[in-house]
Design a protein around this ligand. Sequence first.
Ligand SMILES: *Cc1c(COP(=O)(O)O)cnc(C)c1O
Length: 217
Amino acid sequence: MSLTEKTNQIKSSIPANVILVVVSKTQAVKKIMEVYDSGHFIFGENKVQELLDKYEQLPKNIQWHLIGHLQSNKVKLIAPFVDLIQSVDSFKLLQEINKQAQKNNRIINCLLQLYIAKEETKFGFNYPEVEQLLYSEDIKKLKNINIIGLMGMASNTDDKSQIEHEFFTLNTFFKKLQISNPSIQILSMGMSSDYTIAIENGSSLIRLGSSIFGNRI
Ligand SMILES: *Cc1c(COP(=O)(O)O)cnc(C)c1O
């Protein structure tokens, strides 16, 4: 099956209200173009340098999401064009995104990344930190960012009930926040191995790499 067909197949198998982000990290420009040619324009990268290289080489109507840990000193490189930063994991980073967005005369959309997995290696806020941040006075001063949702990565495990529990808990928190924060609209959860569980638990955006391109080498 071609990558164009594969993308269309996955798109037709997920609910229409779930956004697909094709994770193109490590993939060659030629392969990304095969997905693009299916009419798909939203791609995600986890490293700034790789994102810049691909931004240069690929069509300018692509919406680029940053999905990996972002260092404050690299924000300026992506601020002119990035569509959504999914991996905001500190207030300091938000301040820097706001500053660089202002310089570029833009408002940059952001998701707050929550730490929901059992592993030690994943970045993100915990639940009380997100509540504290969203209700703080400090956040109101940042006029050039727009927090439009939350992102989380479940544990890397075969234990489906563990993954389900993590997604369910994040969705419950998301729905609670939405009551007083109407701008919170997107719940980014689910990758190739767990996206069906994520969708069952309220995901509105999935990030798929290997289920489209095959396993990364
Ligand atoms: C690599 C990556 C994905 C995609 O992973 P697959 O298992 O290839 O679907 C999704 N989200 C993040 C944050 C990633 O780094």
